[in-house]
Design a protein around this ligand. Sequence first.
Ligand SMILES: Nc1ncnc2c1ncn2[C@@H]1O[C@H](COP(=O)(O)OP(=O)(O)O)[C@@H](O)[C@H]1O
Ligand SMILES: O=P(O)(O)OC[C@H](O)CO
Length: 529
Amino acid sequence: MSVAERYVAAIDQGTTSTRCILFDAAGRLASVAQREHRQHYRRPGWVEHDAAEIWRNVGRVLPEALADVGATADQVVALGIANQRETTVLWDRRTGEPVAPAVVWQDVRTQQVIERLAGDVGVDRFADVCGLPLLTYFSGPKIAWLLEQDPSLRERAERGDVLFGTMETWLVWNLTGGPDGGIHVTDVTNASRTMLMDLRSLEWSPEVCAAMGVPMALLPQIRSSSEVYGETTTVVPGVRIAAAMGDQQAALFGQTCFSPGEAKCTYGTGSFVLLHTGSELPRSTHGMLSTVAYKLGDEPVQYALEGAIAVTGSLVQWFRDNLGLISSAPEIETLALTVSDAGGCFIVPAFSGLFAPHWRPEARGVVVGLTSYITKGHLARAVLEATAWQTRDVVDAMDADSGVALTALKVDGGMTSNNLLMQTVADVLGVPVVRPMVSETVSLGAAYAAGLAVGYWPDLQGLRRNWHRAGRWLPAEGSDRRQGDYEDWGRAVQHTFGWATSGRARPVPAQVPPEAALAAGRRRPQAGR
Ligand SMILES: Nc1ncnc2c1ncn2[C@@H]1O[C@H](COP(=O)(O)OP(=O)(O)O)[C@@H](O)[C@H]1O
Ligand SMILES: O=P(O)(O)OC[C@H](O)CO
């Protein structure tokens, strides 16, 4: 009699879609189901999701992934959740309905809240406690903004009738019964992105919550990233939920960056470099974020430095949807290969300011170096190079913070299918770039954390053996000649600074055009469109 295969399930609840993937004991992908959700742009600078739609999508992709391999719930030993971070959901504890659209991480509506909180003290007001500068990016200011809109909502929040969560919290609560006894928990990695958690004690900071006007009654319980939180009672009942992680931390984990000094970059809508720094809290003086890498059960917490780049893959989408120069994202490589360089052209995609290492909310994008010689091929190159140069900015800052130069970069995400881009990244960083066989590192990281919690995988060393290289790009000979280009990139970046505060005030644009978001519906993962 054959023994039924057992799997670990992972949900990757991302900015544009929700995936469910089943992994086998060798960390191989057994099945995948995916659905996109709509992006809502009601006002300039606002980016919203419908949390109820995302929950419905989870209700579909989870059974679909099981059905794909004919598996039943008892063959799923554990479920792990990885999620877009910072995106803020508030919902009614009794009805289970969101009380407002989810405010997405890219949303910049809270700029006034930020300025008020920074006051005379500056953006580093809470940095010592939570490792983060005051920015529109994080959840705390988003909660503050939502409660400021409606005094009755604040009263309900203070009474504990309204709950807050990032996406993993919202999903765990719904999967464990919602209004009928749903568990209200978050994990340390997601909590570290709210600005409300003390990075040392790993507890909510009463001081920061009070200063931000966030009632502690609405906050979930903070747990480790890898432990059994509870069992599903809906969708696919009887599955242990055993991990939650922010998606970028999950990618670090899925890339098996378990030792200090190991780093990865995930190239998607935005791109995120994370460097594992160990169990001592790192401090950045070069624009990196201090964040929690992961915490496995009772083991010591592991920290990371993070360089978050807001616009990379979304610049390719802009090139496709707004300029119409390509009809699919992969086509940009073919177009870029029609020329041998960017012809002296640089595009700095500061669509809603610049993230790491500059953190300039008032910066706006520029195209510099235009001459009559420039063709669409050069522009395509400049689009791809923008991602490589931004990576260099972040990696240089990270090297300066850690005092150790990176020796190799592990990569993953939709943009890594672009060979020209990966070669360019290797050239401008001057280190090898390596891509693993399983490119779904976010899901894999969540699966690993869940599988470890229930003993499906015994230890980290075993997981390391599952990492197999699928691609490697070495810096080309003579690529150090690109140093001059990097200096020009730096000058181009300078041109973006102060644009929104000088001259005529303009509203901050949303990062992705609404047209790009309309393709909702079921979709299997494919080469990024
Ligand atoms: N071959 C390619 N070349 C350049 N960019 C690509 C390519 N394929 C996909 N992308 C970009 O990658 C992004 C999708 O990657 P993905 O990892 O799925 O992102 P996310 O998880 O942020 O939704 C899109 O922004 C798309 O424009
Ligand atoms: O969902 P992604 O892959 O775009 O990741 C978003 C990040 O978690 C935002 O911090």
